[in-house]
Design a protein around this ligand. Structure first.
Ligand code: C5P
Length: 398
């Protein structure tokens, strides 16, 4: 189990909104993720872009006309409808949404939407007044009630100069919507997976704090992998530079104590907890309410008190507990003893001294140890792939 886009047929319907320039990037991202992408351009889209813009990226013919004798659809007008694992209409104009809501079938995209049994995602893009118009709102509700996903639109500056609801979601967010739809019946469907991420921040005074080099990338990647297998994924995140991922609830915390409370609350109905956060072992015994003054002394001492061990103190029952051991020496031995002392089911051990694993990188080199003595050495993988391999084990244990 890996990225749900790999080897899947995505039909991308592109309609006549200026946001269709972003559909080029969207097609590229879908192809890069391993999908086979068939593009249908409406007449409106062809006023903005050429079919070759898409075919150069997808390496597949682009459908521009239902009645084109050269097109596959001239022999089987529902060929794409049948082949699709998912149909994504991005951008979706008010006109394209109206046609779909009313079951029109006079052009290649409408006919494909009417004939397909695959899930359909619309990414609306239009002027705010057009989107807010009751006609469009009714059409959108109609499509939603029939099971379509309406992804967006976002609020912001529109091509018309207005600011409002009507911006197409960014291509990376739309790719995630496709992953969510393709993965929703996956092996974690109906399961709640809580993942902690990032390095906690322990304040000293209003301007200073103690923290660590955790980027949060590992935890976010695990949560994305869980989401893409159908899980209800929740991240309890210490501050990171990462945006909240699409389709994942992110609970933002700063300190270890806040993280403990949030993780405890989220775990009440969770099936698994994966602690990828770098929790500070210590916090300042007292947090000064005013900025500490430099003074004349050459040294200064801060008294620290120990933070509770979050993962050791939580759960039991049927919840699967996964920890991380970021080590710089005796990696497997140290991880083994943490597995036992913290009551974990699985521990992912990594050597943080190696350049391609650990903090801030997009890859990781991890050894998985489980409570039954199993040892699985994963080679160099993307953090998203590492997430999937950890989740493979979680699924076995659930
Ligand atoms: O003891 P150490 O920090 O190396 O253990 C790492 C594992 O324990 C990680 O999964 C980390 O998220 C978790 N941990 C915790 N609470 C702490 C410290 C670490 O849950 N106070």
């Amino acid at each position: 189990m890996t990225d749900p886009l790999v080897g899947r047929h995505v039909t991308l319907g592109v309609t006549g909104s200026i946001a269709c320039y972003k559909a080029v990037d969207l097609a590229s991202k879908l192809v890069q993720a391993g999908a086979m992408v068939d593009v249908i351009m409406t007449d409106g889209a062809q006023e903005f872009l050429w079919p070759i813009t898409f075919s150069s990226i997808t390496h597949r013919p682009v459908v521009t006309n239902l009645f084109d004798p050269q097109s596959e659809l001239s022999m089987d007008h529902v060929a794409l409808a049948k082949r699709s694992d998912v149909v994504l209409v991005a951008p979706a104009t008010a006109d394209a949404i109206a046609k779909a809501a009313w079951g029109m079938a006079g052009d290649a995209l409408s006919a494909t939407l009417l004939a397909t049994e695959a899930p359909v995602i619309f990414a609306p893009a239009m002027d705010a007044n057009m989107y807010d118009n009751p006609a469009t709102q009714e059409n959108v509700s109609k499509l939603r009630s029939r099971g379509a996903v309406i992804a967006g639109p976002a609020e912001g500056r529109l091509a018309s100069g207005l600011v409002g609801r009507g911006r197409m979601l960014e291509p990376s967010a739309l790719v995630d919507h496709v992953r969510i739809v393709l993965g929703r019946d996956g092996d974690l469907s109906g399961k709640k997976i809580v993942v902690s991420a990032g390095g906690t921040q322990e304040p000293i005074d209003p301007v200073r704090m103690i923290t660590n080099r955790s980027s949060g990338k590992m935890g976010f990647a695990i949560a994305e992998a869980a989401r893409d297998r159908g899980a209800n994924a929740v991240i309890v995140s210490a501050p990171t530079a990462l945006p909240d991922p699409t389709g994942i609830t992110v609970v933002h915390v700063e300190t270890a104590l806040e993280m403990r409370d949030a993780v405890t609350a989220q775990c009440e109905d969770a099936d698994a907890l994966i602690m990828a956060a770098a929790v500070a072992d210590w916090r300042s015994a007292e947090v000064a309410s005013q900025k500490l003054k430099k003074g004349s002394a050459e040294t200064m001492t801060i008294e620290m008190v120990k933070n509770p061990d979050i993962v050791a103190g939580i759960g039991g029952g049927r919840m699967v507990k996964v920890g991380f051991a970021a080590e710089s020496e005796d990696v497997v031995e140290n991880a083994q003893s943490k597995l036992l002392s913290k009551g974990l089911d699985i521990i992912a051990a990594n050597d943080i001294t190696s350049a391609d694993s650990g903090f801030a990188t997009d890859t990781n080199r991890v050894v998985l140890l489980d409570r039954d003595g199993g040892v699985t050495e994963l080679g160099l993988l993307s953090k998203y792939e590492v997430g999937h391999r950890i989740l493979d084990k979680v699924v076995q244990m659930l």
